[in-house]
Design a protein around this ligand. Structure first.
Ligand code: KIV
Ligand code: NA
Length: 265
């Protein structure tokens, strides 16, 4: 695929091709992720944790999300760029949701928005879609509701919540979402959802029965090393590698080893 579109993703599901998705919040990272052939780049509100050091995703603002998204868009050639609508930018009413989505599309150049929730945000999703803006859903563990959940543990283990999740997934498809993220739910339930709906289901901590996977890039690179959920596969231990590089640099500066004769003018 030359350029990934929302339609590409739906076609990939039809053909049984898995979708790869990673987060990025800046130009340099986005350029590397894009050039590696990752299908979807998510400008996640996890930037609130990863970039800004907040404990939750709640504090990040729409302006800050737009800054991250615009930086990512300048780095990509092929990937589809999906931008999270941050907490507070869409929950109060559908008009505000649309205004926020329009700002993201206009000011960042992103290709789609993502928002958390099912039935509760249906009217907002409709409104955004009516303006021609593609919407990705997000169900299961929705971190913007962390104070309601009270914990980051796996969601929908009980029948009642599992049933609501299935209903919400069906509703998101019917409303017109092009894909949905399922976060931290039992693999069996996620597989059932992926079989029930024809739009791609992208999992994080949702097992292998879904249509694609997403991870937070800084986590899979091992840059964040305090965060150790079972679903996280670490491809590098960059925390250690970077720390060693920084300390070697410091040693070299202090010993006078850097710069040497060929590293100066
Ligand atoms: O913000 C984020 O990084 C996300 C993914 C974990 C799906 O929403
Ligand atoms: Na998010």
């Amino acid at each position: 695929y030359k350029r990934i579109t929302t339609k590409t993703l739906v076609d990939m599901k039809k053909k049984g091709e898995k979708i790869s998705m990673l987060t990025a919040y800046d130009f340099t990272m986005a350029k590397i992720v894009d050039s590696a052939g990752i299908d979807v780049i998510l400008v996640g509100d996890s930037a609130s944790n990863v970039m800004a050091g907040h404990e939750t995703t709640l504090p990040i603002t729409l302006d800050q999300m737009i800054y991250h998204a615009a930086s990512v868009v300048r780095g990509i050639e092929r990937s589809l760029v999906v931008v999270d609508l941050p907490f507070g930018s869409y929950q109060s009413d559908p008009k505000e949701a649309l205004r926020s989505a329009i700002r993201i599309m206009k000011e960042s150049g992103g290709h789609a928005v993502k928002l958390e929730g099912g039935k509760e945000v249906k009217e907002s999703i409709k409104r955004i879609l009516n303006a021609g803006i593609p919407v990705m859903g997000h169900l299961g563990l929705t971190p913007q509701s962390i104070y309601k959940f009270g914990t980051y543990t796996v969601r929908a283990k009980e029948e009642e919540e599992a049933e609501k999740l299935i209903e919400d997934a069906i509703l998101l498809e019917k409303t017109g979402c092009f894909a949905v993220v399922l976060e931290k739910v039992p693999a069996k339930l996620a597989k059932e959802v992926a079989e029930k709906i024809s739009i791609p289901v992208i999992g994080i901590g949702a097992g292998n029965g879904v249509d694609g996977q997403v991870l937070v890039t800084h986590d899979m690179l091992g840059m964040t090393h305090e965060f150790n959920p079972r679903f996280l596969r670490r491809y590098l231990d960059l925390y250690t590698d970077m720390k060693n590089a920084f300390s070697q640099y410091s040693t070299d500066v202090k010993s006078g080893d850097f710069p040497n004769d060929s590293e100066q003018y």
